[in-house]
Design a protein around this ligand. Structure first.
Ligand code: IPE
Ligand code: IPE
Ligand code: MG
Length: 238
């Protein structure tokens, strides 16, 4: 632990750079995604070992449907394999799996495997592993606004009851704490529509390391950097 000893309890990761990692090696992009699954395994295990409360992984954005069909199909195949293969590991590490995003827009077989993994792990008391799938931060806010309007129209909620706290209850992440630390691999300095509401005061750490080569020493580096940050939330230094 570092000087001021802040330890993040919720880490969110934009797992980027799979394609570039592969291309640099003269490989097909999909092999970068394949290798990326190994990083997901290692980092999940590591975070669970550290007793993190939550790890949220950006696995597929709403905008990723713009990619070639072939790449999308292969990504979905990898996701399905991951869900099936990791059940044992999830159980052994007492992990509770959850998902955020427009889940009903995913292929049916993925929805089915996801539902099984969520159901099987729902009583686990360790780290929450949250997969952002078909996720878009703006859609999340729009969906919340629609639900609120429905309630107001039905007379179940008043205008005065709409506050930052109650709004949060309508987000996909209603049950989750906001991330303390957001990691982006692949070097891009942007949030790409990820957790727009939730990262208002999240500390951001970007590394040029691509996701397939991201290992526990890089995670340590991010956590160490976070420990030295001074989170003021708009206030002044204590
Ligand atoms: C991230 O890697 C994985 C997904 C978005 C699914 P990319 O596929 O975006 O890799 P780069 O950014 O093109 O290198
Ligand atoms: C963000 O990466 C989405 C995921 C990691 C799932 P992208 O590669 O899609 O983001 P952009 O296009 O570089 O902003
Ligand atoms: Mg990318």
């Amino acid at each position: 632990m570092s000087e001021n000893g802040h330890v993040p309890s919720h880490i969110a990761i934009i797992m980027d750079g799979n394609g570039r990692w592969a291309r640099r090696r003269g490989l097909l992009r999909i092999l970068g995604h394949k290798e990326g699954v190994e990083s997901v395994r290692e980092i999940t295990r590591e975070c669970a070992k550290k007793n993190l409360k939550q790890l949220t992984l950006y696995a597929f954005s709403q905008e990723n449907w713009k990619r070639p069909k072939r790449e999308i199909n292969l990504l979905m195949k990898l996701l399905k394999e991951f869900l099936i293969k990791e059940r044992k590991e999830i159980e052994e590490n007492n992990i509770r799996l959850t998902a955020i995003g427009r889940i009903d827009g995913l292929p049916e077989d993925i929805q089915r495997e996801l539902a099984i993994s969520i159901e099987e792990s729902k009583y686990n008391t360790g780290m929450v592993l949250c997969l952002a799938l078909n996720y878009g931060g703006r859609s999340e806010i729009v969906d919340a606004a629609k639900d609120i309007v429905k309630r107001v129209k039905a007379g179940k909620m008043s205008l005065e009851e709409i506050t930052e706290e109650t709004f949060k209850n309508f987000l996909y992440t209603s049950e989750m704490p906001d991330p303390d630390l957001l990691i982006r691999t692949g070097g891009e300095m942007r949030v790409s529509n990820f957790l727009l509401w939730e990262i208002s005061y999240t500390e951001i750490w970007v590394t040029p390391i691509c996701w397939p080569e991201f290992r526990k020493e890089h995670l340590e580096e991010a956590i160490k950097d976070y420990a030295h940050r001074e989170r003021r939330f708009g206030g002044l230094r204590e």
